[in-house]
Design a protein around this ligand. Structure first.
Ligand code: PFF
Length: 458
């Protein structure tokens, strides 16, 4: 048997619970606490949230089941597992590119993910140190601008995040990943609840509720729909190799349908609660919900500086953010590490350090972009963009939805029906899942894309 194969017991989650916790740890991250609130703000609130929920339910969950099925059958890294499914279905091995594309997307995402996690890490210390002062907007702006322009500081924070990831992942699936998520996830949930209760008491709860759950469709644009679709993939960690990889470690007898529902449920719950922890504070202090990626770094600290107990609440908030991001970073690096072990015969530690070094190098591009270095800024036919924004847009809004489309086509049309049905292991669920993955998911993704590029106008 090949080294690194997930057919071995040491590379399986120890229980259904451990798997759900690890996959929820992968899913819950910056996407829920940093990105979801700010894209909801940029896209007008309630109507966007509704589209996002529909995408999770009808596209995200079925695609997650497809990925876990591939992993469970193949028991290898995403590329190889997809090849195994293709071969067992009598189809050419080139279908493995879908798995490879996922690993590539995951790697690209991680390269900027570690930088934002680094911002969060820096902000824990700023918050604890009372650096938000009395929350004057100009002061908070300067804090953020100083951090993101300070290349050396960013390299330092990012290196710490990469090193932490390498040290945990190097230990292996059970001793590293599983232990880390079991410790971090319960603390994360607890902090989130404390912060939401605090926001409900101290902030403008009703304005937040109205903003997030009262849809106003006049505020929704096609770009908003694309962002909602892309985000449903990003937040569930789909099309990034991870769910295939984590599926490869699935213990026998775990229901793919039920566990996927739980993971999606927890992930969505965290995003919605994070929104309800952030927006009451934003509205109470008359701040702008649509202020973009800086929302939790440039807007929220204004409130932390001004409110009673803000120093403690702010510190807890950024600790929560870093915990959430860290468990996702662990997942994001796992497929590359497992690949180096499986294909190149590396030891787990050597693989973790090698993959980590590559990520660290790539992260310099994002750091250069935030520092405004000309090497990270380019002109495109659509205008000027920088390395960071380009990576974010390319991965979340293009690679992930296309990856999802290909996964749906592969498991719905190409793979052997019986093989997938055996993995899903419930005839009733399979009957429900199949038309969604064959028709609904690919058509919906395609329509959104055609609309985006202007080929059709719905
Ligand atoms: N789901 C993570 C989040 O919401 O922050 C991000 C992510 C993790 C995306 C892992 C993709 C991935 F493979």
């Amino acid at each position: 048997m090949q080294q690194g194969s997930a057919s071995k017991d040491s590379t399986r989650w120890s229980s259904r619970f451990a798997y759900i916790l690890a996959a929820t740890g992968a899913a819950v991250g910056l996407g829920n606490i940093w990105k979801f609130p700010y894209i909801t703000g940029e896209n007008g609130g309630g109507a966007f949230v509704l589209v996002y929920l529909v995408c999770i339910l009808f596209i995200g969950i079925p695609v997650m089941m497809a990925e876990v099925s591939i992993g469970k059958f193949g028991r290898h890294t995403p590329g190889k597992s997809t090849v195994e499914v293709a071969k067992a279905s009598g189809k050419p091995a080139f279908w493995g590119f879908i798995g490879w594309m996922g690993v590539l997307s995951g790697y690209l995402i991680l390269s900027f993910y570690v930088v934002i996690t680094g911002w969060g890490l820096a902000y824990i210390f700023k918050a604890a140190d009372g650096a938000f002062g009395n929350g004057t907007p100009a002061h908070i702006q300067t804090l953020f601008a100083d951090l993101t322009a300070n290349g050396w500081a960013l390299v330092g924070w990012t290196s710490l995040v990469v090193l932490g990831t390498v040290l945990v992942v190097g230990k292996g699936v059970k001793a590293g990943l599983e232990r880390a998520v079991s410790a971090l996830m319960p603390i994360l949930f607890l902090l989130l609840i404390i912060l939401a209760v605090y926001a409900a008491i101290e902030g403008d709860f009703w304005a937040a509720l109205h903003f997030m759950f009262d849809p106003d469709f006049s505020k929704l644009t096609i770009n908003g729909v694309v962002v909602a679709l892309g985000h449903s993939f990003f937040t569930l960690s789909l099309a990034s190799g991870i769910m295939i990889m984590y599926g490869a470690y699935l213990p026998e007898g775990v229901s793919i349908a039920k566990s996927s529902l739980w993971i999606a449920f927890f992930d969505t719950l965290v995003a919605l609660i994070a929104g309800m922890a952030i927006y009451p504070i934003v509205f109470e202090h008359h701040l702008a919900p649509g202020s973009g990626p800086g929302l939790i770094f440039q807007t929220l600290p204004i409130a932390f500086g001004q409110m009673p107990g803000g120093q403690l609440v702010g510190t807890l908030f950024f600790i929560m953010l870093v915990f959430a991001a860290f468990t996702s970073a662990l997942a994001l690096i796992e497929s590359s590490v497992a690949w180096l072990v499986e294909k190149r015969g590396f030891s787990r530690w050597a693989a973790a350090f090698t993959a980590g070094f590559g990520i660290w190098l790539l992260s310099l591009g994002t750091i250069a972009a935030t520092c405004g270095l000309p090497i990270a800024i380019f002109n495109t036919p659509w205008g000027q963009t920088n390395f960071f924004d380009a990576l974010d847009y390319l991965t979340a809004n293009i690679l992930l939805p296309i990856g999802g489309l290909l996964l749906a086509v592969f498991t719905g049309w190409i793979a052997n029906k019986k093989l997938i049905a055996d993995m899903i292991d419930s005839p009733a669920v399979f009957r429900l899942w199949q038309p969604i993955i064959k028709f609904l998911a690919p058509i919906a993704i395609l329509l959104v894309f055609l609309q985006l590029v202007g080929i059709i106008h719905l």
